[in-house]
Design a protein around this ligand. Structure first.
Ligand code: AMP
Length: 213
C-alpha cells in the first residue's frame, strides 16, 4: 500500500467496524467531505438527504410521503427515517462501516442509532465529527450554490426562506446533538472554514487518530 491511502482492511483491523457520523448545519460541506472520506476509507457514504431526494424523483411511496416536508425545510419523522437508515445500513456494503451524512438529526434519531448498529452488526466504534461553520458563512455558501446551479440545477430546498427554515430546524433540533455526543466522549469539532482540502485534512487526521487509538 503506497502513500497515505488507508485501505478498508486497515479500518477493520484498527477498530472492528467504523461508523463515522458527520454533523453540521446545512451548507457546512458534509456531503463533499463525506464523499472524500468514503473514497479514502472504502466505506460507503450514506446521505439521507440524497436517498430521500432519489425517492422523491422516483415517486416511490416514501418519496410521496416526504416531498412536501422536504420542500418546506422540515424534518421527516423519526420512525420513517429509522426504517430508511436501518434498511440501508443492513446492506452488505456497510459491513465494514459507513459514513452517515445527515443522520442523526434529532435526539430521537441519535438515541436509536446505537441500538440500531448493535442490532445490525457486532458493535461498532463510532466517531462523530462536527463541522463547525459560522452561520453567515453557511448562508453565503448556500446562496452561492443557488446562483451557480441556475434554475435547472438548484435544489428545491435552496430557496431563501427554506434555507432559513432549515437553519432554524438545525439550531433547534440537531445542534443539541453536539452536546449529546460531547457527553459521550466520541465527538470532535472540526473547523469547517478554509479550503475543501484543508477541512478534509483536519477530518482525516481525526479519523486516523481514532483508528490508531
Ligand atoms: P440534506 O440534503 O441532508 O440537507 O437533507 C435534505 C432534507 O431531507 C432535509 O431538509 C430533511 O427534510 C430531509 N432529511 C434528510 N435527512 C434527514 C433526517 N436524518 N431526518 C429527518 N429529515 C431528514
Amino acid at each position: 500500500m503506497g502513500g497515505s491511502k488507508v485501505a478498508a482492511t486497515d479500518v477493520v483491523a484498527g477498530s472492528t467496524i467504523v461508523l463515522i457520523v458527520l454533523l453540521g448545519p446545512p451548507g457546512a460541506g458534509k456531503g463533499t467531505q463525506a464523499a472524500r472520506l468514503s473514497a479514502k476509507y472504502g466505506i460507503p457514504q450514506i446521505s439521507t438527504g440524497d436517498m430521500l431526494r432519489a425517492a422523491v424523483a422516483a415517486t416511490t411511496p416514501l418519496g410521496e410521503r416526504v416531498k412536501g416536508i422536504m420542500e418546506a425545510g422540515e424534518l421527516v419523522p423519526d420512525d420513517v427515517m429509522l426504517e430508511v437508515v436501518e434498511d440501508r445500513l443492513s446492506q452488505p456494503d456497510c459491513a465494514s462501516g459507513a459514513i452517515l451524512d445527515g443522520y442523526p438529526r434529532t435526539a430521537g434519531q441519535a438515541e436509536t442509532l446505537d441500538p440500531l448498529v448493535w442490532r445490525i452488526g457486532q458493535g461498532r466504534s463510532s466517531l462523530v465529527l462536527v463541522l463547525d461553520v459560522p452561520e453567515e458563512e453557511v448562508i453565503r455558501r448556500i446562496s452561492g450554490r443557488l446562483e451557480e446551479a441556475g434554475e435547472a440545477g438548484k435544489r428545491d430546498d435552496d430557496e431563501d426562506h427554506v434555507v432559513l427554515e432549515r437553519l432554524r430546524v438545525y439550531r433547534e433540533l440537531t445542534e443539541p446533538l453536539v452536546e449529546f455526543y460531547r457527553d459521550k466522549g466520541v465527538m470532535t469539532e472540526i473547523v469547517g472554514v478554509g479550503t475543501v482540502d484543508e477541512i478534509f485534512d483536519r477530518m482525516d487526521a481525526t479519523v486516523r487518530e481514532h483508528l490508531q487509538g
